[in-house]
Design a protein around this ligand. Structure first.
Ligand code: MN
Length: 335
């Protein structure tokens, strides 16, 4: 009898023949809106997407108890992102700590809270605001993610903010997994997706090794939000992301002595080329110009058909920056 099945190969495809893909994606610091300092992990220089995940901002934990009317110190005043537009994408809001008030141009008014998945489908166009209210808890820590919509649905009617408060959880190898979207170890989230997509919030106890089952047709990355872990020959820590590629039946992650909490993000590689500029996604330079023109006109007119104003938001919307001098080009998911 062969004992091969006791220890199945972890990696099916490596891409370069030199072992499994384990690639560190370094974040860069960006100030979002007027107040929140974030680490932007996607788009990354060489890897713009993981599945349909095309934008990953990780922020906090920030002590926002110094909130005052002026938001002049990034990272200390909580979130104050005035109304701004989106096209051809879904926003996915996920908090580890704190609370954010959301309003949008289809009339949604909601609070984003830890453990609850909030999805906004921009489709042809939507505008929203995100604010730390005076009654929000003192610490803000979360992730703002975008999912690119495939061509067949990207110009759909914008949808009201959807909350999924009761997400499935499972226990694996000393780990607790909340399935935000898609399927992990046979457990599936009720949240809808337009392409094969996975998102999960995973906490692994100190020193434990988690063998995380994966779907070989998906590519994956992990974003560390607390503690650190070892995967392959890398030991990413807080705020770092590691791409682990596609073709795996599973991946082993070893929690540090302090444990680890990470987001697992994955999905079927997204083959459509995107033009991403500011808060817009399109397929051509002309589409981005049209979206920008419509937004600027909406600001001047107090809203228009494509971008109505955000009801209930007290303040001015965010104007779009100027377009670059050269035409924007569609880009593939990886360089
Ligand atoms: Mn937004």
């Amino acid at each position: 009898m062969s004992d091969l099945e006791k220890d199945p190969a972890e990696v099916v495809s490596t891409g370069d023949g030199e072992g499994p893909v384990v690639e560190l994606l370094e974040g860069r610091e960006v100030v979002l809106g007027r107040s929140t300092k974030v680490r932007r992990l996607l788009p990354n220089k060489n890897r713009r997407m993981v599945g349909a995940w095309c934008f990953v901002d990780h922020y906090g934990p920030d002590d926002i108890t110094h909130r005052v009317d002026s938001y002049d110190v990034p990272g200390e005043r909580g979130m104050l992102v005035p109304p701004h537009p989106h096209t051809s994408l879904q926003t996915v809001s996920w908090l580890f700590e704190g609370e954010i008030e959301h309003r949008d141009s289809v009339g949604s008014h909601a609070y984003v809270r830890p453990g609850e998945l909030n999805i906004m489908t921009a489709g042809n166009g939507i505008a929203h605001s995100e604010v730390s209210t005076p009654t929000a808890p003192p610490t803000l820590h979360g992730a703002q993610l975008w999912v690119a919509l495939p061509d067949s649905v990207r110009s759909t009617t914008p949808a009201a903010f959807d909350a999924y408060a009761d997400l499935p959880e499972l226990e694996l190898d000393g780990a607790r997994v909340t399935v935000m979207v898609g399927t992990v170890a046979g457990v599936t989230s009720p949240a809808p997706a337009y392409t094969p997509l996975v998102g999960a919030d995973v906490t692994v106890q100190p020193g434990r090794t988690l063998t995380l089952p994966l779907t070989p047709s998906n590519e994956y990355a992990v974003l560390i939000v607390d503690g650190s872990l070892t995967v392959g020959d890398l030991t990413p820590g807080f705020g770092e992301m590691v791409y682990v590629g596609a073709g795996r039946e599973s991946v082993d992650v070893v929690a540090s002595d302090n444990g680890v909490r990470f987001l697992l993000l994955g999905g079927e590689p997204f083959e459509e080329q995107l033009v991403m500029w500011w808060n817009f996604i399109g397929r051509s330079h002309e589409e981005i110009v049209a979206a920008r023109d419509a937004w600027q006109a909406a600001i001047g007119a107090g809203g228009n058909d494509r971008f109505p104003m955000v009801p209930g938001y007290d303040g001015d919307p965010l104007p779009a920056p100027g377009l670059p001098a050269i035409a924007l080009k569609p880009r593939p998911r990886a360089r």
